[in-house]
Design a protein around this ligand. Structure first.
Ligand SMILES: CC(=O)SCCNC(=O)CCNC(=O)[C@H](O)C(C)(C)COP(=O)(O)OP(=O)(O)OC[C@H]1O[C@@H](n2cnc3c(N)ncnc32)[C@H](O)[C@@H]1OP(=O)(O)O
Length: 437
C-alpha cells in the first residue's frame, strides 16, 4: 500500500455524521483516506472514470484533467493498494452578489467504487474535504452534482440554475435591438481567437454571481472537442463579433446536418456564447438562428435570465427547461455572508443548523446593504431559522428565502423577516455557472 504518513488521516476519521465507523469492506479492512500523490493519479482517475461507467476519455481530455488536478487538494480512499474513492478540489474564485471575487473550493471528481458503495466512504471524503477547505481559509465550497440527491446532507444547496432549450428556428423569429447591424461577425478557428474570447469572458465575470475567474490552464477546457462528444456533428466552430476592430463577443458551436423527406433539418448545438453588450449578444443569436440548412438550435447551460428569451416571437416553440446547476456550501458562514453585499438593507439574526460542519452552527447577526456587511455571533433572539443548505441555496441571490420559507425549509421567528431578508439577498442578475468542472 502506498502511504504517506504525513498526509494520512487516522482511521477514526472515517466515521459517519453520528460518529459511527462505516462498515468494513469485503476484505475486512477500513479504507484509508489520504492526500493524492501525483504518481497515483492514473489509478485514482481510473477509479473515478469507472464510477461514471468506465468509458475511457480521449487522450486530450485525460491529459487536460490531469494537468488541472491539484493533487495536494485531492483525496483518495484506499483499500490496500486499490483506490476505492476519489474527491478533488479546484482553487477557484467565484463572483458573489455585489461583484466581489471570493475564494471557493471547486469540489470535483467525486467517485466511490461500486464494490465499496454505501459504506460511508463519500461521507468520510466530504468531511475531510470540508475541514481542509476551512483550514485553507476558503469560505465557500461549490460543485455540480451528478445527482441532486447526493449533496444536501453535506450542506450544499442548489444556488444557480441553468436554462436549456430546443428552439424551432424555422418558426421562431428574433426582434433585435438597435445597433445589431453594426456588429461584424466572422468565422475563426477557435484556438486562433482564444485570447480575444477569454478577454471578453474575463470582463463578464464580475457582473454575474456564480461566474468563476478563469485560472491558467482552464481556457483549454473551453476548446476541448473530443470526437466522442460530437454525436455526428461538426468539430467546434467559432464566430467572433467585432465592432470598431474590437472583439465584443463570440459563440462556439457545432452543426449537425440532417435531411428527411421534406428536406433539410440540421441542428445547431451551442457550446458557449458571451457578449459585452446587447447588440453583440443579439447579433450572435441572430446568426445562430439563421445558419443555412438548420431548423433547430439546441441551447444548454445558459443563464435562466438569458436575453434571447425576451427577443423571440414564440417562447413555446423554444421548449425552455430549467435545471439545477451550481451547488453552494458555506464553509465559513460569517466570512461568506460578509463577502457579499445586499441589494437592500438587511439586519437579521439567523439561527443556523449545521451538523456536518458544527463550527457554523448557532446564531449570527447579519447587518448589511449594497456597500458591505458584517456577520457576527450573537445571543439575540433569532429572526429566521434555517440549515446551512438553505443558506447556500439563497447565497447567490438565485433562490428566494421567502420561497424557501413557503416550502417549510426556513422558519420565520419574527413576522416579516423572510420577506425582508429575501429582498436583501436577491440579485438583479440571475446566478449562473457558465461551465462544468
Ligand atoms: C462533484 C461531483 O463530482 S458529483 C459526482 C458524484 N459521483 C457519481 O455520481 C459517481 C457514481 N456514484 C458514486 O461514485 C457513489 O455512489 C457516490 C459517490 C455518489 C456515493 O458514495 P458512497 O460512498 O456510496 O456514499 P456514502 O456511503 O457515504 O453515502 C452517504 C449517504 O448518502 C446517501 N447516498 C449516497 N449516494 C446517493 C445517491 N446517489 N442518491 C441518493 N443518496 C445517496 C447514502 O444512502 C447515505 O445515506 P444515509 O447516510 O442516510 O445512509
Amino acid at each position: 500500500m502506498a502511504t504517506d504518513s504525513t498526509e494520512s488521516t487516522d482511521v477514526p476519521g472515517l466515521t459517519d455524521a453520528a460518529g459511527v465507523p462505516p462498515s468494513t469492506d469485503a476484505t475486512g479492512g477500513v479504507p484509508e483516506l489520504r492526500v493524492l500523490r501525483q504518481d497515483e493519479w492514473d489509478k485514482w482517475y481510473d477509479t473515478l472514470i469507472r464510477a461514471f461507467g468506465g468509458v475511457p476519455e480521449s487522450a486530450e481530455e485525460r491529459e487536460t484533467w490531469n494537468s488541472l488536478t491539484e493533487s495536494e487538494r485531492s483525496l483518495g480512499a484506499w483499500d490496500g493498494d486499490t483506490c476505492v474513492g476519489t474527491a478533488g478540489a479546484f482553487t477557484f474564485r467565484m463572483t458573489v452578489p455585489g461583484g466581489a471575487s471570493v475564494p471557493a473550493a471547486g469540489v470535483t471528481m467525486v467517485g466511490v467504487a461500486a464494490t465499496h458503495r454505501r459504506r460511508g466512504v463519500l461521507t468520510s471524503l466530504m468531511r475531510r474535504q470540508l475541514e481542509d477547505v476551512r483550514s485553507w481559509g476558503e469560505p465557500l465550497a461549490v460543485l455540480t452534482a451528478s445527482e441532486p440527491a447526493i449533496y444536501g446532507r453535506f450542506g450544499y444547496g442548489a444556488a444557480a440554475f441553468q436554462l436549456n432549450a430546443e428552439i424551432d428556428t424555422s418558426r421562431v423569429r428574433l426582434s433585435v435591438p438597435d445597433g445589431t447591424d453594426d456588429v461584424r461577425l466572422r468565422y475563426a478557428p477557435p484556438a486562433d481567437v482564444l485570447d480575444a474570447c477569454e478577454a471578453v469572458y474575463a470582463r463578464l465575470v464580475p457582473g454575474r454571481p456564480g461566474m468563476l475567474e478563469r485560472r491558467p490552464g482552464w481556457e483549454r477546457v473551453a476548446l476541448l472537442d473530443p470526437e466522442s462528444d460530437r454525436d455526428g456533428a461538426s468539430p467546434l466552430q467559432c464566430v467572433v463579433a467585432e465592432r470598431g476592430g474590437q472583439t465584443v463577443g463570440y459563440a462556439r458551436f457545432r452543426v449537425k446536418p440532417g435531411w428527411d423527406v421534406s428536406g433539410h433539418n440540421g441542428t445547431v448545438v451551442l457550446r458557449d456564447l458571451a457578449a459585452l453588450d446587447p447588440a453583440a449578444d443579439a447579433a450572435l443569436w441572430r446568426f445562430l438562428f439563421g445558419i443555412d440548412l438548420t431548423t433547430t438550435l439546441v441551447v444548454r447551460g445558459r443563464p435562466v435570465d438569458d436575453a434571447w428569451q425576451y427577443m423571440v416571437s414564440d417562447i413555446r416553440r423554444c421548449l425552455p427547461r430549467v435545471r439545477d446547476a451550481l451547488y453552494v456550501r458555506l464553509v465559513d458562514v460569517g466570512a461568506a455572508l460578509e463577502a457579499r453585499t445586499y441589494q437592500a438593507p438587511v439586519d437579521v439574526v439567523l439561527e443556523v443548523e449545521d451538523s456536518f460542519c458544527p463550527w457554523n452552527a448557532g446564531r449570527w447577526r447579519l447587518t448589511g446593504d449594497a456597500k458591505g456587511a458584517t456577520c457576527v455571533r450573537t445571543s439575540d433572539a433569532a429572526d429566521l431559522a434555517l440549515s446551512v443548505r438553505e443558506l447556500g441555496a439563497a447565497y447567490l441571490g438565485g433562490v428566494s428565502l421567502a420561497s424557501l420559507e413557503a416550502a417549510g425549509r426556513v422558519r420565520e421567528m419574527r413576522a416579516g423577516a423572510s420577506a425582508e431578508a429575501a429582498v436583501g439577498f436577491g440579485s438583479p442578475v440571475a446566478a449562473w455557472l457558465p461551465h462544468g468542472f
